[in-house]
Design a protein around this ligand. Structure first.
Ligand code: NAP
Ligand code: MG
Length: 454
């Protein structure tokens, strides 16, 4: 380990800790240990593997407050969100702890013998995690992978290694055998790239930007290595005039400004039917003005800072002057990478604020005239991850939810990610699905065996 990284608290700009980074040789050594651990982990009896995962979930549960505090310090997440995130990790591990005894194949009728399918684990799974939700996104990859009998090497984002490192300690405390679940802090271009290139890594689970995802996919193509990609989004929140406008406006801020907009599911485009536009905007302005942007460690805070100075520069570049700003919320002065909730009303449908993922607390509002136009604008994006539809007309809710090209939609709410339902994107938002009952199968190969009765 040759280099180190100073973790910075984004709310104070103070150094939190210094982390040793894995280099290429250390990464290869970890992959080799993982490969050896796989030979025994895959043989652990299903009931024992399940029990170890339940113990891991219990260890996370007991450590929730500490994990949450680490995330506040490392990532600037509000303490309320960070507690939910730690609880989500516990729930995801607990949910997939039921997998080992239920990884059931089929017995298919044939003549002359018996035909059976097996779901065989793949081997070493390389999980590459972004900085925006370090805890949940990690668990969505590692938990079903481990449950299906694989071992895991996981790279947190360089900016946010702390909770991932703690989760690796908790796994060991819970009794998972050494090297079954390893966390390798390091750079994407070193550790992440090594996961892609190493012939000993059987599959990549990548969550991050579409640009890097494209490189990962190309790298995996060289080895026909399977890959799951969870990438960017530019999701639409579509508000019809027949909806409960007050509720739609009151909930629209959290749908885009939660986690300071650093959410792949952020509803960063709001499409409002023209006849309700003025009513919506008046109520939305009130709601945006009420968003509490403050110290993330405070229980009352609803939005914290952005992750880094560089990211704040990037977000700021989408708001070069006040020309398109309809209204803004507030943000603290002083140290910290703060950016106020910002509402834009672009007039050019080609404006980049309507097409590029800003990944900050910036939302663009556009009017539409009818259902067909709403669907057309919602689909005018390379992305297709999430979205919301507000209407009291059930027929319209059915038509529009079927019409929008997106993996995760909600009607009259903004909920999107439940660990027991599938999650993933259409178009440039990704490849494959995570979570839900089928996720473990994405970490297996189906083997068909025919036993002759002669
Ligand atoms: P990113 O730059 O693509 O990085 C994601 C991860 O990939 C990081 O761990 C990064 O490491 C690593 N990486 C960088 N270069 C790599 C390479 N050549 N090979 C392998 N790994 C490499 O994305 P980000 O800026 O961290 O995260 C923001 C993006 O993630 C947004 O676009 C957002 O929409 C997307 N996201 C999507 C979902 C979803 O489920 N669809 C969820 C959350 C976020 P380093 O950080 O060390 O460079
Ligand atoms: Mg990056």
């Amino acid at each position: 380990m040759t280099t180190t990284y100073d973790v910075i608290n984004p709310a104070t700009e103070q150094r939190v800790t210094t982390v040793d980074l894995f280099d290429e040789a250390a990464t290869d050594a970890a992959i080799a240990r993982s490969r050896r651990a796989f030979e025994t982990w895959r043989q652990v009896a299903p009931g024992d593997r399940a029990r170890l995962l339940r113990r891991f979930a219990e260890a996370v549960d007991a450590d929730r407050e500490r994990l949450a505090q680490l995330e506040v310090a490392n990532s600037g997440h509000t303490i309320g969100n960070a507690r939910w995130e730690a609880g989500n990790v516990r729930d995801v591990i607990a949910y997939y702890s039921a997998t080992p005894e239920r990884l059931i194949g089929q017995q298919i009728p044939v003549s002359g013998g018996i035909d059976v399918t097996f779901h065989e684990p793949l081997g070493v799974i390389g999980v590459i995690v972004p900085w925006n939700f370090p805890m949940p996104i990690a668990s969505w990859g590692f938990a079903p992978a481990l449950a299906a009998g694989n071992t895991v090497v996981m790279k947190p984002a360089e900016l946010t290694p702390m909770t991932a490192m703690r989760l690796a300690e908790l796994a060991l405390d819970a009794g998972l055998p050494e090297d079954v679940f390893q966390v390798l802090p390091g750079k994407g271009s070193v550790v992440g790239q090594r996961f892609v290139d190493s012939p000993d890594v059987a599959k990549i689970v990548f969550t991050g930007s579409t640009d890097v995802g494209r490189q990962v996919l190309a790298g995996c193509a060289a080895q026909i290595k399977p890959v799951t990609l969870e990438l960017g989004g530019k999701s639409a929140n579509v508000v019809f005039a027949d909806a409960d406008i007050e509720q739609a406006a009151a909930t629209a801020p959290s749908a885009v400004f939660d986690n300071a907009g650093q959410d792949c599911c952020a509803r960063s485009r709001i499409l409002v039917e023209r006849t309700a536009y003025d009513e919506f905007m008046a109520a939305f302005e009130t709601a945006v003005g009420r968003v509490v942007v403050a110290d993330p460690a405070d229980d009352k805070t609803e939005m914290g800072p952005l992750i880094s100075a560089a990211h704040r520069d990037r977000v700021s570049s989408y708001v070069p002057d006040e020309s398109l700003v309809a209204f803004r919320g507030t943000a603290p002065d002083g140290p910290g990478f703060w950016f106020p909730p910002t509402v834009l009303t672009p007039t050019d449908p080609r404006d980049r604020v309507l097409h590029e993922e800003i990944f900050g607390p910036v939302v663009a509002v556009v009017p539409f005239d009818d259902e067909a136009e709403a669907i057309r604008i919602a689909n005018d994006s390379e992305f297709g991850l999430s979205g919301s539809i507000w209407t009291r007309d059930i027929g319209r809710a059915i038509r529009v939810s079927r019409g929008i090209e997106s993996g995760n939609l909600s009607v009259n709410s903004h909920s999107s990610v439940r660990y027991w339902t599938p999650f993933g994107g259409f178009k440039a938002s990704g490849l494959g699905r995570e979570l839900g009952p089928d996720a473990p199968l994405a970490f297996t190969e189906t083997k068909n065996v025919f036993f002759a009765d002669n």
